[in-house]
Design a protein. Structure first.
Length: 379
């Protein structure tokens, strides 16, 4: 891969909104997509148990595909297993909270720690350790003049100085993992990038963490070999997908996080539209667009109507059965057979939706198990 996967290389093949999702409902949606698009070469997923269950259900139905675990979520899980029971971790986190309270609304407010949410804490907790290391670096050994900024800072540090050993060890472990992520997210996982990570892994002080991370890379490299990408670079990060949702949440949503409105916008925020697609959009009238959107529950519309007309409050209970957005491609000229799909196994060298033109495609010799032809792409 010449560079990290970006939104112009991501293509939306289906969108669905529901009140809640389970492994069974996700499997049913994927089953409908497979019927139209063919079985994917692989699933790139985070650490969620629902998607894991959905893939297992499809495997029981004879529709198995390899799973690629997103590296950021995988690394967070490794750090959690290594450090969640560390005797000094609770002391460190509690101290960070107290230090934050002491620094706020003072002349030293610029030194308050970054916010790290409790849910999925180990995804970003390294920022807290980096902050602690830097703040402690502002307080060298020796005395401090009474009333000075240094004296005020030391008075706020609480038990952080007692956590120096944990801070140093965690930072060194996290540094090696983060540097490996930079390589693998940019270039993909291949024999070459796997080798580039080895010296960085050696610098990590926790032997169990080194062993687990190496096992993860070796396992995913086997998937890369199965897909014929072990010398090219297997996409191993879901950052582009998460970025797509992040962009959609910030544009055109309004004062509420409206899942249906977000879903309708998702396809427009990724990929590079062709001239033909642009012409099709220009032919869609405002009336047609309103007819489509009126079919779905709109929190934005409900908010506007109820806040301006209190007598309509009770109408909300009558609208709960309104359908949600689901965009699934039509069969068109594709085979509906889910085992042998007549789609070329490739990805584009230049930007643009895959499969539009045979020019500029790199074809993969082995994109799946023997006897099965699958679309090898990074959806």
């Amino acid at each position: 891969m010449p560079s990290a996967l970006s939104l112009d290389r991501v293509h939306c093949i289906g969108v669905s909104v529901a009140d809640s999702w389970t492994g069974d409902t996700i499997a049913a949606l994927l089953d409908r997509l497979i019927a139209q698009m063919g079985r994917p070469a692989a699933y790139l997923k985070d650490g969620g148990s629902d998607l894991h269950k959905a893939v297992a259900i499809l495997g029981e139905q004879g529709l198995a595909s390899p799973c690629i675990d997103d590296i950021s979520h995988a690394v967070a899980g490794m750090l959690k297993r290594t450090y969640q029971d560390h005797p000094a971790l609770g002391t460190f986190l509690a101290a960070c909270g107290r230090v934050s309270g002491k620094l706020k609304h003072t002349i030293l407010a610029c030194l308050t720690p970054p916010r790290v949410r409790t849910k999925a804490r180990f995804m970003n907790v390294h920022r807290l350790f980096t902050w602690a290391d830097q703040v402690l670096g502002l307080s060298p050994t020796g005395g401090a003049k009474k009333g000075s900024a240094l004296a005020k800072l030391r008075a706020c540090l609480d038990e952080l100085p007692a956590c120096k050993a944990l801070i140093k060890r965690f930072r060194t472990d996290a540094h090696g993992l983060l540097e490996c992520q930079k390589i693998l997210k940019t270039k993909g996982l291949s024999h070459d990038t796997r080798g580039q990570c080895e010296p960085l892994i050696d610098t990590m002080p926790s032997s169990a963490l080194r062993q687990e991370f190496r096992a993860y890379l070796d396992f995913e490299l086997e998937t890369a070999t199965t897909l014929g990408l072990d010398h090219v670079g297997l996409p191993i990060s879901s950052d582009a997908i998460e970025s797509l949702f992040g962009v959609a949440k910030r544009h055109g949503v309004g004062e509420t996080q409206d899942a249906n409105r977000i879903a309708l916008r998702l396809p427009a925020f990724c990929g590079v539209p062709t001239r033909e697609e642009a012409k099709q959009v220009l032919q869609v009238s405002v009336e047609t667009q309103q007819e489509l959107t009126d079919q779905f529950t709109s929190l934005t519309k409900q908010r506007r109507e109820v806040l301006g007309h209190p007598e309509r409050l009770e109408s909300l209970s009558l609208e709960q059965a309104t359908s949600h957005v689901e965009l699934v491609p039509s069969p068109k000229n594709r085979s509906n057979h889910r085992e042998i799909i007549s789609i070329s196994n490739g990805y584009e060298e230049c930007h643009g939706p895959p499969g539009r033109s045979p020019g500029g495609l790199h074809f993969l010799g082995n994109a799946g198990p023997s006897g099965i032809k699958e679309l090898a792409s990074t959806y």
